[in-house]
Design a protein around this ligand. Structure first.
Ligand code: GLP
Length: 263
């Protein structure tokens, strides 16, 4: 696993955006580049930079197919807290050549959530899998909506949200955890780790414990993002603040390794 430590949120975002753009630009295969995407505050800087690069002609999304990680159950597209709305508002609407038919987001209003999730997995497979899945994590180390104790081999499905997550996400719902949907549809940990590459953004003091658990702790269903330790192409891009709970030798190790990679 690579852990790329950047000085602050802005630098982390630029690093990740340029990494993704380089992957898209370097994709020479006949099939589209398949990109997995998250919501949340963590990826906003990446989305801004990718949109800037797209407008400047530095990266094209004409041959990119996207799959989002998750969606709340019961929120229609036009609800300003639905992940469909978030993705269009923060990213897709700012791209000049993204094809709407290439955007895939789980439908939280589906009458048959199981069928919706099975179809999502099948669609990912029909493209030959995901080339790069970008993600963020919750303060409890959840990846997508795979809360603590979700199986590390889970596939796309219906998830119940924990009280903790509903409290954390209540900042977007008038600070009322009861207003946060109790369920979501989410790709599984297995869905994410089947991707060729996984790039997870971890920033801010409030993620420091989770970063330490996911990197220094064992692989554990309690910290579902720790499954990345078993992935051969996993990168965590983080800022200094998020490193607060790492031991000094871990911190130095990753700085050294990255310095060596650049030589
Ligand atoms: C939600 C999402 C996750 C996201 C997490 C962190 O729970 N389901 O996919 O990674 O929030 O969000 P933020 O980046 O705002 O901290």
């Amino acid at each position: 696993m690579r852990v790329v430590i950047q000085e602050n949120y802005e630098k982390m975002s630029l690093w990740a955006a340029h990494y993704i753009a380089a992957k898209i630009n370097g994709h020479k295969e006949d099939r589209p580049f398949v990109l997995g995407l998250p919501t949340g505050s963590s990826p906003i800087g990446v989305y801004k930079e990718l949109a800037r690069m797209n407008k400047a002609g530095e990266v094209s999304f004409a041959n990119v197919v996207t799959f989002n990680m998750d969606e709340y159950v019961g929120l229609p597209h036009e609800h300003d807290q639905s992940y469909w709305y978030f993705m269009h508002d923060n990213f897709f609407n700012h791209l000049v050549d993204m094809k709407p038919e290439n955007i895939n987001i789980l439908n939280g209003m589906a009458e048959d959530p199981e069928a919706e999730c099975a179809a999502y997995e099948a669609k990912i497979a029909s493209y030959g899998g995901i080339d790069l899945f970008m993600g963020g994590i919750g303060v409890d180390g959840h990846l997508a909506f795979n809360e603590p104790f979700t199986s590390l081999s889970s596939r796309t499905g219906l998830r119940a949200l924990t009280t903790d997550t509903r409290i954390v996400n209540s900042r977007f719902f008038g600070n009322d955890p009861e207003k946060v949907p109790a369920y979501a549809l989410s790709v599984g940990i297995g869905t994410v780790t089947d991707s060729k590459e996984v790039l997870v953004l971890i920033n801010g003091h409030n993620k420091a414990r989770a970063l330490a658990k996911c990197v220094e702790g064992g692989v554990s269903q309690k910290w579902t993002a720790s499954a990345l330790q078993m992935h051969n192409g996993a990168i965590i891009a983080c800022d200094e603040e998020a490193c607060g709970e790492l031991t000094v030798d871990t911190y130095k190790y990753f700085l050294d390794i990255e310095k060596a990679e650049r030589l």
